[in-house]
Write a protein that binds this ligand. Structure first.
Ligand code: FAD
Length: 318
């Protein structure tokens, strides 16, 4: 079977969940070979093996963390030439998308972004126009470069050898044009990362003020969920912009998305429409968000949410 390269997302110690999703997807279409940049590969090997990685190509240099996107694209282009993989999978995160675009140019290949599934012949599935249309596309030129939306695939374990192979590759000066001069770790307390969480609870303008986001946080914490927000809420300064879900915010695809006091504008849908189950609380039965909802409560969020929190607490205690 031909290799499929999977660019690992990691923090130098632990493998991000999206990488286990990419490995699960890659396994169905070839032999998943992880491309690991920087250090930490030895510590992560067991986890990569658990999800079926046959190989781990390690490019152990600080260049990949010290410069923006381009060095990773250069490394992948080198591996595409060397290993002739059937495809390259990256996470459709902001960095993953940048790497995918650069790699496509470097290798003269087609690229699919925001893919939510892959069928035989590496046909990618994408969900567009607020989830109203599902598009199937296939790359016809070069090596398919496929950026997969986090949380679109349920990771499943299957053992692999995860044999480590060092890659000696010198990043060019040109790829070092934009240097990372500092990093600030976003404060999110104990809650899961928004794009990785399996449950997201989001609040919108219906909350009426920033203080009322405490309700959203309470509900999120009772479910072990991440907190999201509509742009109306972040623009009003009620919640930080980094939690905005939508076209100009984060794309999430959790198992459960709870939208509270959010009308369901197309730009908001663009960031959450592929969630597996969508639950809505809105006092307006005509709100467009109900078109997407699997479960909907027509009611005042200030009455419904506290009752929800209470019921969840009872069940957790029982
Ligand atoms: C270029 C562009 C990009 C954009 N990008 C994004 C984006 O990334 N993300 C995004 O979210 N938006 C984005 N928007 C904005 C988007 O068009 C909407 O304006 C925004 O999503 C509305 O947010 P909302 O649903 O919270 O507010 P509203 O549309 O005002 O909806 C509030 C909802 O709360 C309900 N409500 C009110 N009070 C209660 C109550 N007590 N109990 C229950 N329900 C109640 C109302 O019935 C209403 O449905 C973008 C717009 C543009 C033009």
């Amino acid at each position: 079977m031909t290799e499929i390269l999977v660019l690992a997302e990691h923090d130098g110690e632990s493998v991000k969940k999206v990488t286990t999703e990419l490995l699960t997807l890659a396994r169905a279409h070839g032999e998943p070979a992880v491309v690991w940049t920087g250090d930490g590969a030895d510590g992560a090997r067991a986890r990569l093996a658990e999800f079926g990685a046959t190989k781990v190509y390690v490019a152990d240099s600080t260049d990949y963390a010290d410069y923006v996107g381009a060095p990773k694209a250069e490394l992948l282009a080198h591996l595409v030439t060397e290993k002739a993989p059937a495809a390259v999978l990256v996470a459709a995160t902001s960095e993953g998308r940048e790497v995918a675009g650069r790699l496509a140019v470097k290798t003269g290949s087609g690229v699919l972004t925001d893919v939510t599934g892959l069928s035989d012949g590496l046909v990618g599935e994408q969900s567009i126009f607020g989830g109203a249309i599902t598009v199937q596309s296939r790359v016809r030129t070069g090596t398919p470069i496929i950026a997969v939306r986090p949380n679109a695939v349920t990771p499943a374990a299957a053992p692999g050898a995860a044999e480590i192979e060092a890659v000696s590759f010198a990043v060019s000066g040109q790829a070092k044009a934009a240097r990372v001069t500092g990093k600030v770790v976003a404060e999110r307390g104990e809650r899961p990362e928004l794009t990785e969480a399996s449950i997201v609870v989001s609040g919108g303008r219906g909350l009426g003020s920033g203080e009322h986001f405490a309700l959203i946080e309470q509900l999120a914490d009772s479910l072990g969920a991440a907190v999201g927000a509509s742009r109306a809420a972040t623009d009003a300064g009620w919640y930080p912009h980094q939690f905005q879900v939508g076209q100009t915010g984060k794309t999430v695809s959790p198992q459960l998305y709870v939208a509270i006091g959010i009308s369901g504008a197309i730009q908001h849908r663009a960031g959450m429409q592929t969630s597996k189950t969508i639950m809505v609380v809105n006092k307006d039965p005509e709100a467009p968000i109900f078109e997407l909802a699997d479960f909907g409560v027509v009611g005042d969020l200030f009455k419904v949410v506290p009752q929800l929190v209470e019921e969840i607490a009872k069940r957790s205690a029982g």
